[in-house]
Design a protein around this ligand. Structure first.
Ligand code: FE2
Length: 285
């Protein structure tokens, strides 16, 4: 996805989320006031799966990704001590952030937005059409719909109202944390899936100056700067710089995916120094 404005990698997933107690409505969902929404989401996902006449596995993977993102968002909201209304908005935005993936896949047979539609915008339309925010406080509905709409932007627009920004940041962090899990699983296995590694080469002699520079300057690297798979390893590590909350950074470190991805970089320049820098940042996260 070079030069894309989306934060998403359009990757197939091959593993289950860590917290695999997620595919059902739990006591915690009831306590958080999202049980009916989760029940609807699971049934909505099942509906597409049951009527799918092509390979349905990608639909399951999107559902599993969403449920994992929900748990990661829950942890962020918990650890940041968000008040219940804001925390609930974060959870609902996480639950619904990829709701359009099902319709997108059935209609276009791809998750690539640039070849189909903006799935965040379609998600908002679906939520409105399905009346998912009916009966909710209009302020909460605005937070949830904004979180869904903004979740795949390359960067958040400046000047957002504080609560909208908070919801969007939680979803974006949780989304990236789960993508790291999926990328780790893929990068451990050769030959690499060309879709996953954006058809980049894996020549150990290759490297991109721009990605190394981004690491050393403490900023997120751009897909447009990737020249090889090892650059991608560094890029994934730079997502740490884009985490919006201390609890996101903690999860980033504790999940261990970035550390493992970086461990597979060659033990020689130019990767030694940026890897050392990223690992030091992770240590302090
Ligand atoms: Fe998404």
């Amino acid at each position: 996805m070079r030069n894309s404005k989306s934060v998403h990698l359009d990757i197939p997933s091959e593993t289950e989320p860590d917290e695999w107690d997620t595919c059902r409505v739990t006591a915690r969902d009831h306590a958080d006031g999202i049980a009916s929404h989760k029940r609807w989401y699971l049934s909505y996902a099942d509906g597409f799966r049951n009527e799918c006449t092509i390979d349905a596995a990608p639909l399951d993977l999107k559902r599993d990704h969403t449920l994992s993102v929900l748990e990661k968002a829950r942890r962020i909201a918990d650890e940041e001590g968000f008040a219940p209304p804001l925390a609930r908005a974060c959870l609902l935005a996480a639950l619904y952030h990829d709701v359009a993936r099902f319709a997108q896949y059935i209609r276009y047979r791809t998750f690539k937005d640039r070849e189909s539609c903006n799935h965040a915008h379609l998600g908002m339309k679906i939520l409105k059409r399905e009346g998912r925010m009916e009966g909710e406080d209009p302020r909460l509905a605005r937070l949830v719909l904004s979180g869904v709409c903004l979740h795949n932007r390359f960067a958040l627009p400046p000047g957002l109202p504080e609560e909208i920004a908070a919801v969007a940041k939680v979803v974006r962090d949780a989304d990236k944390l789960d993508i790291l899990r999926v990328m780790h699983a893929h990068l451990e296995r050769k030959p690499y899936n060309p879709t996953v590694v954006l058809s980049l080469g894996d020549d150990p002699g290759m490297f991109g100056e721009a990605v190394v520079r981004a690491v050393m300057e403490g900023r997120v690297a751009s897909y447009g700067d990737l020249t090889c798979v090892n650059d991608m390893r560094l890029l994934l590590g730079t997502w740490l710089f884009d985490m919006n909350f201390p609890s996101s950074r903690r999860q980033f470190r504790e999940d261990g995916h970035a550390t493992a991805i970086l461990a597979d970089l060659p033990d020689r320049p130019p990767y030694l120094e940026p890897r050392r820098r990223l690992l030091a940042c992770l240590d302090g996260a």
